[in-house]
Design a protein around this ligand. Structure first.
Ligand code: ASP
Length: 330
């Protein structure tokens, strides 16, 4: 039995400043992260798999309206919600993902079914929903995903005519760069409200690791836009031989850097530690193309790292028998 079993989670990275967060909002985030970590910790303590622990943690994060995944997801340019999720099992390299679903209550459960019950890895849109329906998963009306805060955030982003990271409104690759008629492309759209994509990574007592990530994407994204989250190797990756990784941030840049896989590849090919590989991706490689965000990662020895290159990242980790540790700011 591996004594180092551990789960780590994130709820998104971005311009999360202590100065613009109320004490009660801060307490809400800590409480939500703590509750999710405790649930994941219980799965691991009971001898459950890393795959079970990350599925359960992400399912709970999807159900929590504070985060940009499942209920509380951001709005597309058409005023709709399109959800993406992926999961990977480091012991088998099995993976499952879905993107652009609009009515599946828990996209991570659909991704998990793809992993377990399909010969394919990634389903999109109508096909993904047909697969989820055939698996008997719960469907909801689109209004289920609505939250007032997210709707207001969308209105602000529409006014600025661009897609934005939900937690800070930073300009994405697809948006036009700074110009005369657009002098403030990096201003937060709403400094009082930061929300985030969610993810989990875990090492179980059997020595296996897994990763899961789920998102509503970026506010005001074009319909049909898919980010890094559901792409194996970009937003999610797990291999017992190296590490399990879940990312959050400007998805286009994480895709271009194949960010999650790059952490694993650096460990395999350069023989560096988890910490060194993750730091290089987040602090050196992503910033070269203006990639903003962070990641969480574990390896099969129980090392954990949670680097980010933004002002903050909702995050935490928990080892069996120890109190969960949660954090928001740098
Ligand atoms: N990476 C996500 C995406 O681009 C956004 C996020 O992490 O908040 O869809």
């Amino acid at each position: 039995m591996n004594p180092n079993a551990v789960i780590a989670i994130h709820g998104g990275a971005g311009t999360i400043l202590r100065a613009s967060m109320s004490a009660s909002a801060e307490a809400d985030y800590h409480a939500a992260l703590h509750a999710v970590l405790s649930a994941g910790q219980r799965v691991l303590a009971d001898g459950g798999s890393a795959l079970d622990a990350v599925s359960e943690a992400v399912r709970l994060l999807e159900d929590c309206p504070l985060f940009n995944a499942g209920r509380g997801a951001v709005y597309t340019a058409a005023g709709t919600h399109e959800l993406d999720a992926a999961i990977m099992d480091g012991s088998t390299l099995d993976a499952g993902a879905i993107c652009c679903v609009t009515r599946v209550r828990n996209p991570i459960l659909a991704a998990r079914r793809v992993l377990e019950r399909s010969e394919h890895v990634l389903f999109t849109g109508a096909g993904a929903e047909a697969f989820a329906a055939a698996q008997g998963l719960e469907f909801v009306e689109p209004e289920y995903f609505h939250t007032e805060a997210r709707h207001r955030q969308w209105q602000l982003a529409r006014g600025q005519k661009r897609a934005m990271l939900d937690h800070d409104g930073a300009t994405l690759a697809s948006a036009p760069s700074s110009s005369d008629d657009d002098p403030t492309p990096h201003e937060p759209i709403d400094p009082n409200r930061k929300f985030g994509t969610v993810g989990a990574v875990a090492l179980d007592q059997h020595g296996h690791i897994a990763a899961a990530t789920s998102t509503g994407g970026v506010t005001n994204k074009q319909v049909g836009r898919v980010g890094d989250t559901p792409l194996i190797g970009a937003g999610c990756y797990a291999d017992d031989a190296t590490c399990a990784v879940s990312t959050t941030g400007s998805g286009e840049m994480f895709m271009r850097m194949v960010a999650a896989y790059d952490v694993a590849a650096q460990m395999a090919y350069r023989n560096v530690s988890l910490e060194e590989a993750a730091q290089d991706v987040v602090m050196n490689r992503l910033p070269k193309i203006d990639g903003r965000g962070g990641l969480i990662a574990v390896d099969a020895r129980g090392n954990v790292t949670l680097p980010f290159n933004t002002e903050g990242m909702y995050r935490g980790f928990a080892r069996i028998g120890e109190s969960p540790v949660t954090a928001i700011y740098r």
